[in-house]
Write a protein that binds this ligand. Sequence first.
Ligand code: MSP
Length: 667
Amino acid sequence: MASFYVTTPIYYVNDRPHIGHLYTTVVADTLARYRRFSGDRVRFLTGTDEHGQNIEKVARREGVSPREVADRHAPVFSRLWESIGVTNDDFIRTTEPRHRAGVEELIRRIASSGDLYLAGHEGWYCASCEAYYPEKDLSDGTCPVHGSKPEWQREENVFFRLSRYGERLLELYEKGIDGRPFVYPESRLNEVKSFVEQGLKDLSVSRTAIQWGIPFPGYPGHVVYVWLDALTNYISALGFGQADSALYQDYWEPAEGRRAVHLVGKDILRFHAVYWPAFLMSASLPLPSQVVSHGWWLKDQKKMSKSTGNVVRPADLIETFGVDALRWHLLAEMAFGQDANFSDEAFVNRYNADLANGIGNTVSRAVRMAYDAFSGKTPDERCEDNEVRRAAEEAVAAWTEGFESYRFQDAVDAIRRLLTAIDGYIASREPWKRIKVEGLTPALARVHHNALEGLRIVAVLASPIVPGASGAVLARLGIDRPVSSLSRQDLAWGGLPLGVPLAKPAALFPRADLKAYLSAPSAKEKTVENETKNESAAPATPAPAAAPTPAPAAAPAEPRITIDDFARMDLRVGEVLAAEKVEKSKKLMKMSIKVGEEVRTVVGGIATAYKPEDLVGRKLVIVANLAPAKLMGIESNGMVLAASLPGTGEPSLLAVDPAVPSGTRVK
Ligand code: MSP
């Protein structure tokens, strides 16, 4: 079985995640999902880069230790990825002992190749890049990436004999690995080539001016240069230099059908495509298969970055439109490899065009028509030869090609074209008219089948990009499967089950009102933050929600509560001892719930979704300090917590690990 190892850069813990960071992670997640879908064994790594001068500076400014800054900030990234369903298998922090073991082993190997020596050194140092720049590479005396003035630094450093590796690197760029270019896209490969062709100077790989780093083995008083430290994460996370290196052997040692791909922004290409393979060559270790580099997200035509102060934070957009809307936009808007400008207008317009009108409307219309015609079920006729099938087959081919060549825009376009074909098919067959004229004929059933089957394939194609929406479309089509179980076989025509219940038609992506969104104060002023005002590495407090028009799965724009407000709520785990439906009420269920030592009567509106026998013995969460209220004459002492499902509003009780004792506080 082929294996695919995909990594994001590890993010510095002196910044909070913005759209640029989110993009790399979303691309990696989309690729990981696509590869799993295609049957590969996948390992997906992300993490945080926690050493170096920048973190040390923040800590000094705040009067705390660098570790405190890192400990406070790393979870901001890991929690964000978790909250938006990123499927990373591991999250590495460079302050972990396993990482240090990997760095020490790599350095030991480099040292034994005779590639390290001590020498005096001075030059222009950009702290944001953590790199020295030769005078000629500065633009008007400033850093070419950050536009800030570098500092003149003088140190005695350990040097790595990078100059030895020019020839081998050029050969690597020339030949690629396993038939693929080492750097993608080609423009970036050429950039790297010409950098190496100009001649490589040895690289200083230790620092003495700072303390916050991994002590350099064999050189007391030196810490490991943050890039040598950080790059090693890709193998230390696999167990390199540690007792258990099974993952390393599995995902890094070359073997037939094995690929290891680093996804990076163009600003850090040189570190990944020049220094990293040179370190590995020196240590006689295998190289990654490919370094894939994307462009920058710009705001007002400048690179979005903390130092420029033009940062778009994802919190508002996700809260207002849902994470799928953002994933879709990021992949659709950026031609991979080139820069792209982020604009709220483009975001909302695309949301309306592709998601509200495109997927949302087409699914709602087709499901509604079939629902009405076939009494809430999918049609019971198949059809093998029709134009939707042909459009679907073309879409599958273009989508695959798009993914295989990192042209995500093409994959998105393929989905869009299939939707347009389905729309056109429905419009030309006019099933809503025909049912009145000819009744429910097998021919008409086939028309409905084709539309719904086409939409099933849309959902499958969309699954790596917008997994939430994909699952929602499948559910509408009566397919109850987690998107993670989908595979290439699901792209074959004819997978729609016949005669199974369809979900009640309900809107998927309500239309957004662009004007209202843009005029809501939080849309512009809070999403785009002026970071220069807030340079500290304080934990991310998500920006308050914008006040948009209807939003999918979005909370209404209400003021945030404080932690003290929240603390006033007493949430407890309860165990249902008995349950019965409240007579004359469709919704209400009366339950006896044990909360610690106490047994309470609680009435909840969950009878449409649960039978009494489903509830007895179940653990759930209740609001324990709610004032008593009478419901249909019964006094309820507390409230059970349940999610209200989008569209139907059906309750879904919060799950509690059965091992948690009743009465336990939830906070
Ligand atoms: N810590 C290093 C990476 C070490 S990897 C061994 C680093 N961290 S970073 O947090 O500054 O950047 C992480 C990634 O975010 C990089 O790939 C960078 O290109 C990307 N982006 C940061 N700003 C960006 C944009 N405005 N647009 C797109 N991506 C950009 O570098």
